[in-house]
Design a protein. Structure first.
Length: 173
């Protein structure tokens, strides 16, 4: 656990999968075929706070959900990549364009499509209900399930270790 806490000191960037991490993986389909997802408000709070504190916050999803883009943009997250067939490649391009070192990235994924990219991140983490193959390669498994506060959990830990949690400047609107 100590090496995990030490790695939190170097995190400048949070990258999240969407379905199964920022949502519980449920997709609600209406009679007309439109789809919607439920996002956790506490995860959203922590994500917008991380943006305000100067962290890079990004989402990479295999889904093409426009509602996910809308939700994340409303939190101040402009780096939202949907329809990513190759998450590894999108991850590498994002880091290169932003001049970010992989060692400074916390990536949270939950299922097999995240396996390659999770192994590229400096700090691979996952929700409690992640696939066993993902848990096996992660340095931290949140006690919270996908869509149930796991993003808040890791963001809060990083901000606390870096002395930015409960920082009055970030709470001014």
């Amino acid at each position: 656990m100590e090496s995990f806490l030490n790695k939190l000191k170097d995190i400048t960037t949070f990258i999240f999968d969407v379905d199964g991490v920022l949502t519980d993986g449920s997709v609600f389909v209406t009679e007309t075929g439109s789809q919607s997802r439920a996002f956790n408000i506490k995860d959203g709070y922590a994500m917008q706070l991380a943006v305000k504190c100067g962290y890079n916050v990004c989402a990479i999803s295999g889904s093409r959900s426009k509602s996910s883009i809308y939700r994340l943009n409303s939190l101040g997250i402009t780096d939202v990549f949907v329809g990513a067939r190759n998450k590894d490649e999108k991850f590498k391009i994002y880091l290169e364009e932003r001049h970010i070192k992989a060692t400074n990235v916390l990536y949270m994924g939950d299922d097999i499509p995240d396996l390659g990219v999770i192994q590229l991140a400096g700090l691979p983490v996952c929700p409690a209900d992640a696939a066993e193959e993902i848990k096996a390669v992660c340095e931290y498994v949140s006690p919270f399930a996908g869509g149930k506060g796991c993003a808040r959990d890791v963001i809060e830990k990083v901000l606390k270790v870096q002395g930015k949690w409960m920082n009055a400047e970030a709470y001014s609107w």
